[in-house]
Design a protein around this ligand. Structure first.
Ligand SMILES: Nc1ncnc2c1ncn2[C@@H]1O[C@H](COP(=O)(O)OP(=O)(O)OP(=O)(O)O)[C@@H](O)[C@H]1O
Length: 689
């Protein structure tokens, strides 16, 4: 077993994270520094001409301001924008006049930063970050800012790991870096000797591979990987695992890389009536899980009542500030508010501490687990869902102090998106660069903890779930054979489901009775086109991010197929079209959005984790050179082909794809052999473009 040198590993991560952050910042700041506020607003990342309509103390003692359109510009609805709940934004004074005057004023007007709490057509509410902020009056504008909090947490974590002395390495850390072998897990998991022969399962529907994975995770000492191919009930299994671990009286920290991944678990855990606390900014949580959020529990628990008294007083003061114009009076009130805030924080901290300490399951995003709430808290097990979508450094945020980890994921679907891979971010300064290059040798952020542990310790540290509950068995066949050792089995309820069997009326047609259709565009009549990809798409004139590909005739063919499905009775909301290329997405959007309201269009990467009754995959690439670019990535193709439940339609040029990569070649051959093959005529499609 080759071990990993921990300081070198941490140093490499730090270099790679630095490059990643620079790539991310350069994207946002290039746009911000090169564009005027009007251009930013057009690009959807800023809102102009706002004013404060109300101000109050919100959750966590934060000042919440509501912004509305300034009556001077006519008031009413805020023009369309791309700012969403959870975004980090700056609220700044909007200065008119010449560019020079603006520049001067911008240096002066620092404004405030916060998180968007609510967006409606008429108002945007922002929870400000710092507590003692004096929000600028007058005309304001709001701009979306880059979010570097996650990077800070990861960098702090890696720096700590880098500085650990060898004596500080826990047995857990030693195993995760291969300095020690994992404790052996018995082969026969249901042997009565381990007491797991007769588990009282809470969910009686669990299948054997799920039970096996749970037993394995319970018996493993340091780590267990639960490998969940598409639709195999990975989260389902984790819920049972959590409940079983609670029966053993273990204290758990459950994390995921995104808020939605964590909320998904909270929602499914809640009906089991276990006391759970969800950490995280309330603005970023699903409404259905707010009841479990720490902020809300702080307000509703008994201890919370004490906190509320102070809060009411703070609200009164806030309101009085807005009434007075007298500078001295304002200063006095600000002074009093400051005192009150101190008291509020102290009482709140006590209350929060009690809640966190008293809870057996805490849920947070990976980076959220690095907040002050969990300082000095100990957990028996850290469980990470969607672990193959998380950066390794992110996983270490909750893991530095852990004793055992259970990772659930699928390393054969897409890893987290890495911007620095293709970015034009400046390289580190020269002297440093040579050293850095040495350090990061053979390392990329794309390698997740899940991947690394598998490479380090081999398949004996994982258990795979093998029954899938999504796809018709023909849809699943290629993916199972190529990637999952042919072990996937379609559950009885899904293996023969077709569109014509949908619970509403669908005619029996050549499409609705077919689980897999392949429109092969070979022959060169469906050529791809190269387009510039842009930042700030709404503006239509953002900055180039590089090239993307589109294929108009292929898009027309998509339209033809969608129309056939809809004519048969399939609802547009049960159909999705996915494609790896953003430029193709734009073409499809123009062609389909209005014609079929409710249809969903998405990039393959964005559709990971999702499913639809019918999915059309537009492969786009068609060129005499047989170039396939990133379409050749088998994990991307795997995601694309495993989204549908009842109907998969692939549209592409088998000649181009077939020479692109070995995996693509085998897929094309498989489709030609097993799918319902069709050869379109390009000239019939002209009127559909
Ligand atoms: N043992 C089971 N019996 C019946 N249905 C199940 C079982 N396990 C999972 N399912 C169903 O399979 C579907 C997928 O489950 P879940 O959402 O847990 O999967 P996942 O593996 O987390 O999803 P993804 O494939 O998107 O990663 C759900 O509808 C779930 O109810």
């Amino acid at each position: 077993m080759p071990s990993t040198d921990i300081p070198t590993f941490a140093a490499s991560q730090l270099v790679l994270l630095d490059a990643e952050l620079r790539a991310e910042l350069s994207e946002t700041s290039a746009l911000a520094s090169q564009s005027s506020p009007t251009a930013l607003a057009r690009a959807g990342v800023a809102i102009l001409n706002l004013q404060i309509s109300s101000q109050r103390t919100g959750l966590g003692g934060k000042t919440v301001v509501e912004l509305e359109l300034n009556p001077a510009v006519g008031g009413g609805d805020i023009p369309e924008h791309g700012i969403r709940v959870g975004d980090i934004v700056g609220v700044q004074e909007q200065v008119g006049g010449s560019a020079k005057k603006r520049e001067k004023a911008e240096v002066k007007a620092k404004g405030a930063e916060g998180v968007v709490l609510k967006v409606t057509s008429a108002v945007v509410a922002v929870a400000l970050d710092r507590e003692e902020v004096e929000v600028p009056g007058g005309k304001l504008w709001l701009i979306k800012l880059a979010n570097d909090v996650t990077y800070k947490r990861m960098t702090q974590t890696m720096t700590r790991l880098q500085n650990f002395k060898e004596a500080e390495y826990t047995p857990f850390i030693r195993v995760l870096f291969g300095l020690s072998s994992p404790s052996p897990v018995p082969q026969n998991l249901s042997d009565p000797e381990h007491g797991l022969d007769n588990v009282a399962w809470i969910d009686s529907s669990l299948n054997d591979s799920q039970k096996d994975a749970i037993r394995f995770a319970l018996l493993s000492k340091e780590m267990a990987l639960i490998h969940g191919p598409p639709g195999t009930g990975k989260t389902h299994t984790l819920i049972e695992l959590i409940l079983q671990m609670l029966k053993q009286n273990l204290r758990l920290l459950v994390c995921g890389p995104s808020n939605i991944a964590v909320d998904n678990i909270v929602e499914r855990l809640a009906p089991h009536k276990v006391s759970i606390v969800r950490l995280g900014h309330p603005a970023r949580l699903l409404p259905s899980v707010l009841n479990h959020s720490l902020d809300l529990l702080t307000r509703t628990s008994d201890a919370g009542a004490l906190v509320q008294d102070v809060r009411k007083e703070m609200d009164k003061k806030q309101a009085s500030i807005r009434k007075t114009r007298n500078g001295r009076e304002r200063r006095t009130i600000y002074g009093e508010l400051k005192e009150l805030r101190k008291e509020y924080r102290e009482r709140e901290r006590g209350c929060v501490d009690n809640l966190v300490r008293g809870s057996k399951v805490i849920l947070a995003t990976l980076h959220g687990a690095g907040g002050f709430h969990l300082k000095n808290q100990e957990f028996d097990v850290v469980i990470i869902d969607e672990a193959s979508q998380a950066l390794e450094a992110q996983c270490w945020v909750p893991l530095l102090a852990a004793k055992k980890v259970v990772l659930a994921g699928d390393h054969l679907q897409l890893p987290p998106t890495i911007k620095s891979l293709n970015s034009k971010a400046k390289p580190p300064k020269e002297a440093k660069a040579a050293k850095d290059e040495n350090v990061v040798k053979n390392m990329t952020l794309e390698t997740t903890l899940f991947d690394r542990l598998l490479a380090l310790h081999g398949p004996s540290i994982k258990r795979m779930l093998t029954t899938q509950y999504r796809m018709h068995e023909k849809i699943m066949a290629f993916s199972s054979k190529e990637l999952y050792e042919g072990k996937l089995v379609a559950a009885d309820g899904v293996k023969a489901r077709l569109l014509k069997d949908l619970p509403y009326e669908v005619k029996d047609t050549e499409d609705s009775r077919e689980p897999v259709v392949f429109w092969d565009t070979q022959g060169g009549d469906f050529p791809e086109k190269t387009e510039d990809e842009e930042v700030g798409k709404k503006a239509g004139k953002g900055m180039s991010l590089g090239e993307s590909k589109s294929n108009e005739l292929e898009a027309a063919l998509v339209k033809l197929h969608v129309r056939n499905l809809v004519d048969a009775g399939v609802r547009p909301e049960d159909i999705a079209v996915v494609t790896p290329y953003n430029a193709q997405l734009a073409v499809l959007s123009q062609l389909l959005k209005e014609a079929f309201p409710g249809i969903e269009l998405g990039s393959v990467d964005g559709f990971q984790g999702r499913e639809k009754e019918a999915v059309i995959v537009s492969l786009v690439r068609s060129n005499p050179e047989h170039e396939v670019g990133f379409l050749g990535e088998k994990r991307r193709l795997n995601v694309a082909m495993t989204r549908p439940k009842r109907h998969l339609c692939v549209i592409g040029d088998s000649e181009t794809a077939g020479r692109g990569s070995a995996f693509l070649k085998r897929w094309m051959a498989f489709l030609e052999e097993t799918a319902d093959l069709r050869y379109p005529n390009a000239s019939d499609l002209q009127d559909l473009t």
